[in-house]
Write a protein that binds this ligand. Sequence first.
Ligand code: G4P
Length: 538
Amino acid sequence: MQHPELAAEVARRRTFAIISHPDAGKTTLTEKLLLYGGAIRQAGSVKARKAARHATSDWMEIEKQRGISVTSSAMQFDYNNYRINILDTPGHQDFSEDTYRTLVAADSAVMLIDNAKGVEEQTIKLFKVCRLRSIPIFTFINKMDRTGRDPFELMEDIEQVLGIRSCPVNWPIGIHGDFKGVYHRDTRLIELYSGGDHGQGQVNVETISIDDPGCPAKIGQSYYDKLIEDIELLDVAGDEFDLDKILSGQLTPMFFGSATNNFGVEPFLNRFLSYTKSPTPRVAEEVGPIDPADEKFTGFVFKIQANMNPAHRDRLAFMRVCSGVFEKGMTVWHSSTNSRVKLAQPQTFMAQEHETVETAYPGDIIGLFDPGIFRLGDTICTGSPVRYSGIPLFAPEFFCRVSPEDSMKRKQFLKGISQLSQEGAIQTFKRPNIGREEMIAGVVGVLQMDVLEYRLKGEYGVNITRENLPFRFVRWIVETPKPIDRLRLTSTTAIAEDRVGRPVLMFENEWSIRLAGENNEGLVLAETADRMTADEME
Ligand code: G4P
């Protein structure tokens, strides 16, 4: 069936994630964006949801009561004829491998930085995943109403820590606790900050041209002089605005503002939407790139959310539409079962309510009720089968030795561990030298360990004991100059293998990783690996 509206629907879609360290203001910014889109009348609802999932134990309770809805969020809204999908990247205690996987479904990222803190740990991790995919990254420096670091210093921080050049699109005036506003380099207009408004609604902002003779008096002569000086320096020594470099992820455009005060958010949003791309072709194995406007429907599963309520074993598979039109009830080919399935009961995700979706277009995220057939990275499509390359495994950072409390339950334990690792809830490792009985669970976020314990008990009837291991990094061995047991490694480094028997090294610190490289010329280590099933290895 022809869909005359397909190309236009693709063109107006923008699908992105906000990457940041906890407390940088992601929840606040998300709310303001939703507010502009009219998706929520009053800011506060996203925040309420965040508060609801704050503590670990609470989170378990909430998951139990509400089933699978709480952490499963992608938000969709319309703004100026754009259709925007914001992917949620859980950041506090619920930071997990899913946070990374979600980024695989995004076309671009907004990197939110607290002006007083600069680039922080979690931002670095998320940035690396965006970098792997070369997606455009837009920087928003937040909390400009408060005392923070010098903007030049923040630019340097981004370059030094993340290795990406930045290009300020606007520039702050009068920081150090006396914030006057921002100067837009593209329009030569200054937006004046009036403060005080803790922005529930949208605010009208006064603007003045930098060329207006009244400008120095308006912002203060010394701030005006400083601004002229800063702009000259940026023009001469800074990177030029280059959209090709931005779109290929080599340069990050930088914006300054204050999310709580609703200042600088709308100018940012407008520029972000016009610079960033609508969904681009994704590469399918053997077939090559598939245009989103292709009539053939394709999509892939990037996250599977299990229901924490033992009474409801259903799961939700999150799918991103990549090409064509998704229609409720359509029959598609499904890669991991190599069979045709009917997609009933799909859901889309709004700010507050889940709605049933009838039609979805490339860039949209939908949740599919999963009777247990979907796996991470699965492709579904109409017509002849195609496969998108899978979602990689991301290096875990917390490791526990796990075993069943009751050794009679070892069989159920192994079955549960195997299924949960196949589903992507955890990864497993073994150290060949330690004996066959050892089972190491590795996770990106500590809460995943609680989920493991909870689900093994609830779904497999197994209580486990956990013993923390001191490792913080795992690296897959891609190439080794000599047999692995003859590598020169620090005494705290362990040799292990992943679930499908691929060799890995487990490290306690970054220093040991560096030494492994320096002492073993030709050793190639990777932070991600292909997700493979045991069958595929044979
Ligand atoms: P997160 O989702 O990234 O973790 O951050 P969140 O939006 O919850 O913001 C973290 C804290 O930073 C909140 O303060 C929030 O109000 C504040 N914040 C966010 N944007 C700005 C900004 O532009 N300027 C200033 N000054 N503060 C900002 P809180 O005290 O934790 O919560 P609340 O009491 O304000 O609700």
